[in-house]
Design a protein around this ligand. Structure first.
Ligand code: ADP
Ligand code: MG
Ligand code: ZN
Length: 486
């Protein structure tokens, strides 16, 4: 970032709640696991209520309230025992009533925070509010006409609004991941980013460094990948600084992120945006929540990412970094728990964590999948860790095995046997190879003997080459030194 400027970032996250039915009617809200969105016939999950027919009345789904309370408790928010719904009026074909039922001046949760970890330390990001609302339908644009699918109309959402308190794309990314971990651990959102079930609007502004008056913000709409949010923010910060430096003025507007070109593009200016004419929803009475119910929900909350993280640090001796990566996604955390369970003791937890946060994370990130969508199973990692620990496999050999497991899902032992990757720790097998390497590198051998200790690495490397990387490196160093120095 330009040294004379600082950025201000606030995120609005829409999170689709995984309730069985919609927020104000009994229509199915969730696509069954065995079906994909494309297989659900358009408008098959609709009724006069979610289709907005006149004369119908909404009935609030209690599960939506319960999930919103869970989100509030897990983000250290205050739960408003009295809150209410409001109408946000606008006209769009996918909004059959002509208004969205949402919450406005009295949301269900307020004043929370979430802890994040970045390269510069940890920080509490304030959460201004969490409110419940209904999703709109979907317009499908054909060549010369458009179709409207209302299956999504009335699907429950919570919107989680952060304070304008993040300064870098890294902080924004860390906040999003932390929030994602919370809602998926709670099980209130399926976390499907491709379907847009967890999507983010990023508000970005810049101001002269040290200023207390925020600059004018642009809002980047509906980005549904963590990496793209980070990149969109980076682009936007640079763009706004450039506008100001060249004497221009940033205008308040809505922008969209084009991931192919890695740029943000203006969609519409906020200055000409319509007034939503919010007013209290007359068809729903104010929502009065019993404190006893909140207490009960609180007592049933599952272990949350922060707690799990502390447990991994204190019980297994993992670093804060490793524990952070492992608990960043529910599926990764569960996977790691199972690896430790398969290992039967916590003694090898550290090397197991290295595999999961290192090679495994790299592979799943590369393919943009969750660990359970890969062929890697906890026993693969447990086997690898044990074989390396027992010096049957070298770490290079183990990496090779993992790559093959990744492709085929075969057992580690099968691959090790077939590929002949067992590490050579047999002194009688290594000695002739060492002798050969010394003989053909007489000059280096003489230099080593006269004190050039650094050359040990050279000899280890040469023997490794001769053995196809299968020699046990620790043993090798010792043997070479002995042979050279006699
Ligand atoms: P709206 O509903 O019109 O988007 P809000 O006041 O609810 O407006 O703000 C939405 C988000 O914008 C919040 O996450 C808030 O933190 C963030 N925000 C507000 N002002 C700024 C600013 N100047 N720069 C960056 N983010 C901002
Ligand atoms: Mg907004
Ligand atoms: Zn319905």
């Amino acid at each position: 970032m330009h040294p004379e400027f600082e950025a201000v970032i606030g995120l609005e996250v829409h999170c689709q709640l995984s309730t069985e039915s919609k927020i104000f009617c009994g229509c199915r809200a969730r696509i069954p696991a065995e079906q994909s969105v494309g297989e659900i016939a358009a408008n098959s999950s609709t009724c006069p209520i979610c289709a907005g027919h006149p004369g119908t009345l909404p009935v609030l789904n209690q599960k939506v309230v319960e999930f919103a309370i869970q989100a509030g408790l897990a983000t250290n928010s205050q739960i408003h025992l009295k809150n209410r719904f409001a109408r946000k009026n606008y006209f769009y074909p996918d909004l059959p009533k002509g208004y969205q039922i949402t919450q406005f001046e009295l949301p269900i949760c307020e004043n929370g925070w979430l802890n994040i970890e970045t390269s510069t330390g940890s920080k509490k990001v304030p959460i201004q509010r969490i409110h419940m609302e209904e999703d709109a339908g979907k317009n499908v644009h054909m060549a010369d006409f458009s179709l409207v699918n209302l299956n999504r109309a009335g699907v429950p959402l919570i919107e989680i609004v952060s304070g304008p308190d993040m300064k870098t794309s890294e902080e924004a990314g860390a906040y999003l991941r932390a929030l994602y971990a919370v809602v998926t651990y709670l099980g209130i959102c399926d976390g499907n980013l491709q379907e847009g079930n967890f999507r983010c609007d990023a508000n970005v502004s810049v101001m002269p460094k040290g200023s207390t008056r925020f600059g004018t913000r642009a809002e980047i709409k509906n980005v549904n990948s963590f990496r793209f949010v980070e990149k969109a923010i980076e682009f936007e910060i640079a763009r706004q600084i450039e506008v100001i430096r060249s004497g221009g003025r940033v205008i308040q507007e809505t922008r969209t992120y084009d991931s192919d070109k890695d740029i943000t593009i203006s969609m519409r200016s906020k200055e000409e945006a319509q007034d939503y004419r919010y007013f209290t929803e007359p068809d729903l009475i104010p929502l009065i929540i019993d404190q006893a119910w909140v207490d009960q929900i609180k007592s049933r909350l599952p272990e949350l990412p922060e707690q799990k993280k502390s447990r991994l640090i204190s019980d297994l001796g993992l670093s804060a970094y490793d524990a952070g990566v492992l608990t960043g996604s529910k599926s990764l955390a569960e996977f790691f728990d199972q690896v430790v369970q398969k290992l039967g003791s916590s003694a090898l937890a550290k090397p197991a964590a290295n595999w999961v946060t290192g090679e495994i994370s790299r592979l799943i990130n590369e393919q943009g999948i969750e660990i359970h969508q890969s062929k890697i199973r906890p026993e693969h990692i447990a086997d690898l860790v044990r074989l390396v620990h027992d010096q049957v496999l070298s770490s290079t050999g183990a990496k090779k095995v993992l790559e093959l497991v990744w492709v085929s899902g075969e057992s580690v032992h099968l691959i090790v046997d077939r590929e002949g990757l067992t590490q050579v720790s047999d002194v009688s097998a290594l000695e002739p190879v060492i002798q050969k390497v010394i003989d053909s590198n007489a000059k280096q051998a003489a230099d080593f003997r006269s004190g050039k200790d650094k050359l040990l690495g050279f000899f280890v490397g040469q023997v490794m080459k001769e053995t196809g990387g299968k020699a046990n490196p620790a043993l090798l160093g010792e043997l070479i030194r002995k042979k050279l120095l006699g």
